[in-house]
Ligand binder design. Sequence first.
Ligand code: MRU
Length: 368
Amino acid sequence: MKVDGKHYRSIWLEPDGWSVGAIDQRRLPHEFVIARLTNCAEAADAIRSMLVRGAPLIGATAAFGMALAMHEDASDAGIERAYQTLIVARPTAINLKWALDEMRAVLRPLDPSARAQVAYARAGAIADEDVVINQGMARNGLALIETIAARKKAGEAINVLTHCNAGWLATVDWGTATAPIYLAHDRGHKVHVWVDETRPRNQGASLTAWELGHHGVPHTVIPDNTGGHLMQHGMVDLVIVGTDRVAVNGDVCNKIGTYLKALAAFDNGVPFYVALPSPTIDFNISDGRQVPIEQRGGEEVAAMTGRTADGRIETVRIVPEGSPVANYAFDVTPARLVTGLITERGVLKPERMALAAAFPERMASAAE
Ligand code: MRU
């Protein structure tokens, strides 16, 4: 996607051929800063500190982290150390484990002298594959948007509500939930996006609004508790969100607050779609209760960071000193509330049979 006319991915191999560049998402929307990752520990820290975030990008960063590790130490012990360093960086997005398992399986059988080159090639391929997968989701999701567009009067906008940032910043490019939106917009459909601010870290207000704005997609940022009201008044045609992990029964784990949007959508007959690349499906868990839910520091809830009128970035406390806070980062939306799963292999029913039929090779390797 473009930033001020220049094409960027969210992560890339630097021209030196070994270090890794990434957009520092902690600084957006106020500052566009590029970070350079030079070793495995820095890659793990980038994931932990949310310099990079979003399930597919966490996976791609972990893959590059393994490549950086092979640049430092390509021994068998080096592979294991890198795996263990990266796997604990964040608990919920299964893409992290998927990417690390992929990398380890490719690297282990090789002679150490060959590992670094192969690791960079596989990490680059994982990044490239993410872009292709997202373009597939864009095409499959576009059909849903076009069905709604066909029912609209001339000039009427198609209103999509999304939560958190499942945009190109959360992936390598295009995004998951935003991929169909970008394609519809590029094809000339009049799409308008309701952007949930997504407390406490405000990924919607800070990141989704920023990237939609840079691509010229009309959007409106709303407080998280506004969606239900909009749905009651016919102001949302469909909801599209991303996910960090989908269980085999179609339960969907995503950013905290997604479940409440799904309930409101269900009550108001608004279609609720989840866009996901296949690495986000966890074929090893039968339902969403088995997803580890990340709990983050209370300061994310108790304080807010923003830019002052004179341009300084300031953090201010908004909760009384001494009041306890809780910060569950994700929740699970039961499959019964999900209209469909937008994947690179079509729009699927959120159920075991449909996932197994669409991704038989993943189902088979999980059973091994
Ligand atoms: O905590 P984050 O910002 O990593 O959470 C991101 C989300 O919840 C996204 O919706 C999800 O990863 C899907 S990304 C395409």
